[in-house]
Design a protein around this ligand. Structure first.
Ligand code: PLP
Length: 368
């Protein structure tokens, strides 16, 4: 069988190492994972309650239209249910948008480094990636606009950007949006928007009626702690939502995910607790990193990109041996950077203690 060239060249997305794997490989019992920007508080308790209630109906197919969740999300966000797309994680909707709108061989512009899934999904769909480098760790919208040509079909923007944690400011975004030709589709991934503290960060919802072809992506994986459940959503014009709904599987969002998301939306206490925990944890970690003399990118999210004075892969391995899973940013082309997400206060302290030991030990070896 002849395999497509684009698939042969595809390197799978590297997920964060699971805790169980580290326990198995190193025999370490007390492992903490700060590698996948998950919620350290666990899942929303109201989501769990709703999921338990829904268990007895698992013999039924889920509601393929996601009626109740769309109603509830619509009220919550002030959009109409026809504008909402539900997905098996927001990642699925990103893929569905590409599957629906991208013609093979046409171009998709996205920033680099950014979320690796974009580039891989475009490649898998037979599109051509045009990767535009960040400027001072921030998405360079002017450079992105400069790459638009007649073969450009889609632009993917991640605000805030993963892995840098930086945002695009409102004025710059608005200038960019108004300059994009109507034939181009903009995918705006706002997976981390909940954590943003800067009031100058644009909110994708405010631009759904701009007349542009815009799809905004959000997720229950982060601020609501439901990453394992796989539920995210997209917001757009009803016309575009309708096209994507023709492409998706009829039961793409399972019934527990729908129930969990409905429960989570009522759990504003958990949501607020998560935001305060992340904000306080971030302040504490950033303060300590500054005292350690390490460069980091000030973050608007629940993770921090940190420069280490040696290969990130070496630091990653050394941290693993101490039972702490972080991310080496090698795959993102940032060989001297690690990314760590904010954990519980004691996890943050353990991370900082271990990082100091790992870096000092390395420095001592170098001095010998
Ligand atoms: C930028 C970005 N978008 C989307 C996602 C995934 O979201 P979901 O779990 O809803 O598929 C992530 C997860 O890490 C992410 O970093």
């Amino acid at each position: 069988m002849k395999i497509k060239k684009s698939i042969l060249a595809l390197i799978p997305y590297p997920p964060g190492k699971p805790i169980e794997e580290l326990t198995r490989e190193y025999g370490i019992q007390s492992v903490i994972k700060l590698a996948s920007n998950e919620n350290p508080l666990g899942p929303s308790p109201l989501a769990l309650r709703a999921i338990r209630k829904a268990l007895s109906q698992l013999h039924r197919y889920p509601d393929g239209s996601g009626y109740y969740l769309k109603q509830s999300l619509g009220r919550f966000l002030g959009v109409s249910p026809e504008q909402i797309l539900l997905g098996n994680g927001s990642n699925e909707i990103i893929e569905l948008a590409l599957k629906t709108f991208l013609k093979p061989g046409f171009e998709v512009i996205s920033p680099v480094p950014s979320f690796l899934v974009y580039e891989k999904a475009v490649q898998a769909m037979g599109g051509k990636n045009i990767l535009v480098p960040l400027k001072r760790f921030t998405i360079d919208l002017e450079a992105i606009r400069g790459r638009i040509n007649p073969r450009t079909q889609i632009i993917i923007i991640n605000n805030p950007n993963n892995p840098t944690g930086t945002i695009i400011k409102r004025k710059i975004w608005e200038r960019f949006l108004s300059s994009i030709p109507d034939r181009v589709l903009i995918l705006l991934d706002e997976a981390y928007i909940d954590f943003v503290e800067d009031p100058d960060c644009p909110n994708g919802l405010d631009y759904l009626h701009s007349g542009k072809n815009l799809i905004v992506f959000r997720t229950f994986s982060k601020a609501y702690g439901l990453a394992g459940l796989r539920i995210g959503y997209g917001l757009t014009r009803p016309e575009l939502a309708d096209y994507i709904n023709r492409v998706r599987q009829p039961f793409n969002v399972n019934s527990l995910a729908q129930a969990g998301a409905l429960g989570a939306l009522k759990d504003q206490a958990f949501y607020e607790k998560t935001l305060s925990l992340v904000r306080a944890g971030k302040k504490a970690i950033e303060g300590e990193l500054a005292r350690m003399g390490l460069f980091f990118v000030p973050s608007q999210t629940n993770y921090i990109l940190i420069k280490v004075p040696q290969k990130a892969q070496v630091v990653y391995e050394a941290m693993l041996k101490k039972g702490i899973i972080i991310r080496s940013m090698k795959e993102y082309g940032l060989e001297e950077y690690i990314r760590v997400n904010i954990g519980l206060p004691e996890e943050n302290r353990r991370f900082l203690r271990a990082l100091k030991q790992v870096l000092n030990r390395k420095i001592n070896i170098r001095q010998d």
